[in-house]
Design a binder for this molecule. Structure first.
Ligand SMILES: Nc1ncnc2c1ncn2[C@@H]1O[C@H](COP(=O)(O)OP(=O)(O)OP(=O)(O)O)[C@@H](O)[C@H]1O
Length: 482
């Protein structure tokens, strides 16, 4: 059961999912709580502020949604606040400053386990946007000794954007500690210089290069984290690099592998990479985030997808949106055509000129809201956390190398919206029998309904898509304290 939440009237309510609601609509029933907390979780002034109440509702919604979605082999040690974990005071201060009041379920379950002695390896899985990054960053910051001048924490991530984002979390949570951090990603480190940081965040290739050159010494490493581990250990190149990095370490640091998806074949390999690891995994049907309303649009043919995107543009800019395509040149071409229609879309893919600098600018502009619609490839499918993203468009469905639908990537892509209990919409374009059948496979695979936005009357369809979202919010506002 989720934490009781405070209504506008100052009373506490328990929220449960409404079993009679349409499956496509998130609807909750609020009952006066039988077990209200002794201390109000927000003060009275804040409780009258609808933003604060919405924040609580969203958090509570996330907890309701995820409360059952966990297959935990490590015991059920649910903690109410971060205070109970025995974290260092500077870290608690940073959590408070960042307004991290309650740990998410994955955080509650993993942080105590990760801080136990002797250190245990872990394979941790939870739905997209549920706070896995903070879970491992909190554990890493607690484990390192800042009085010791050595690299004690290493985080490996598959993309530059994700590495930069993780570094932001480390620096945010470590802001009251004397922790030194450094990147091992292209154009973000000095090739000939020795690393002196306590924590290094790197791309596998660059990190391996630094270790081989002797500039990065992992001899005192305490914790190795592989984020998006199923992707990292699966891809030929990255997988091999991760293995090589580990093989250069003579001792046994604590190894943590994280992802929202862990296909079975990767689980087996992962367990060899992180021996005797505790596993916290999800079942198939638990993988989707209920706050993301999944929809599709039926386009007459492949070319018609562009026209539909043009009509969709004004909805894409209500919040922020990410459009996914299969190929880099399609991203560029679509953005250019949209510009001719008078619509601004920024492009991010791995072949952008000027390498990292251009990519950094695109993602930073998008994060800050200076740009609102971004077209990209799978390079941004995983991990990227921009809370304002309210819509994800699968212009092309994600395919694996055998041209079959790529289920994990579908899940990661749509997970760029609906972060940490927020609500979002994903729209997948289908344009022929094959793409239709593939989307049905997705629906069956994850056990979700993907409903149709009519393209014959697109305005009605979009209204429907967005109204459903607003309806959820309206339901909340109406229920609480009414
Ligand atoms: N305890 C917390 N309280 C409030 N916000 C939190 C808390 N933990 C994490 N968040 C926020 O939730 C968002 C999602 O977190 P994060 O990016 O770590 O999710 P994730 O599980 O790693 O997702 P993905 O699987 O997509 O990589 C971030 O904006 C983060 O700041």
């Amino acid at each position: 059961m989720a934490e009781p939440i405070l209504g506008k009237d100052g009373k506490f309510y328990d929220l449960t999912l409404d079993p009679d609601a349409d499956v496509n609509t998130l609807s909750f029933i609020a009952k006066p709580s039988d077990n209200p907390p002794k201390q109000p979780t927000i003060n009275q002034e804040a409780s009258n502020d609808t933003t604060a109440v919405h924040g609580l509702l969203e958090r509570s919604m996330m907890q309701s949604i995820h409360s059952k979605a966990f297959n935990d082999t490590a015991g059920d040690t649910h903690r109410k606040t971060f205070d109970g974990f025995g974290l260092p005071e500077p870290l608690l201060r940073a959590l408070s400053l960042l307004n991290f009041r309650w740990p998410s379920r994955i955080q509650s379950r993993t942080i105590p386990v990760l801080l136990g002695n002797p250190p245990r390896n872990l394979l941790g899985q939870s739905q997209s946007g549920t706070g896995k990054t903070a879970a491992f960053v909190i554990a890493m910051l607690t484990r390192i000794d800042v009085t010791e001048n050595s690299t004690q924490g290493l985080v490996l991530a598959p993309t530059r954007e994700l590495a930069r984002q993780i570094m932001g979390v480390i620096q945010g949570l470590g802001q009251y500690m004397d922790v030194k951090t450094q990147f091992a990603i292209p154009a973000m480190y000095d090739r000939g210089k020795r690393f002196e940081a306590h924590i290094v965040v790197g791309a596998p290739g660059t990190t391996l290069d630094c270790v081989r050159r002797g500039t990065l010494d992992l001899g005192r490493l305490r914790m190795l984290v592989i984020d998006e581990a199923d992707n990292m250990l699966d891809l030929q190149g990255l997988g091999e690099q991760c293995i090589r990095i580990k093989s250069t370490i003579r001792h046994s640091p604590q190894i943590l592998l994280w992802s929202a998806t862990f296909p079975q074949r990767i689980v087996e390999f992962s367990k060899r990479y992180a021996p005797d690891c505790l596993t916290m995994t999800l079942e198939h049907h638990e993988l989707t985030v209920t706050g993301i309303k999944q929809m599709y649009m039926d386009c007459v043919d492949a070319e018609a997808k562009f026209g539909v995107l043009v009509q969709l543009y004004h909805v894409l800019t209500i919040g922020s949106s990410i459009i996914f395509v299969h190929q880099r040149h399609d991203a560029t071409r679509i953005a250019e055509r949209m510009a001719l229609e008078g619509h601004k879309i920024s492009v991010l893919h791995s072949a952008l000129e000027n390498g990292g600098v251009a990519r950094d600018k695109v993602i930073d502009d998008f994060r800050s809201g200076r740009t609102k619609v971004l077209i990209t490839t799978n390079v941004l499918a995983r991990g990227i956390d921009v809370s304002t993203v309210s819509m994800v468009v699968n212009y092309d469905l994600p395919m694996d190398k055998d041209r079959n639908i790529d289920f994990p990537t579908y899940l990661h892509r749509i997970g760029r919206t609906g972060r940490f209990g927020r609500i979002g919409v994903s729209i997948s374009f289908v344009h022929d029998k094959t793409s239709w059948a593939q989307l049905m496979e997705v629906s069956e695979h994850f056990g979700v309904t993907i409903s149709k936005v009519p393209t014959d009357d697109i305005e009605v369809g979009l209204h429907f898509a967005h109204c459903n979202i607003f309806k959820v919010k309206a339901n909340f506002t109406g229920m609480i304290g009414s």
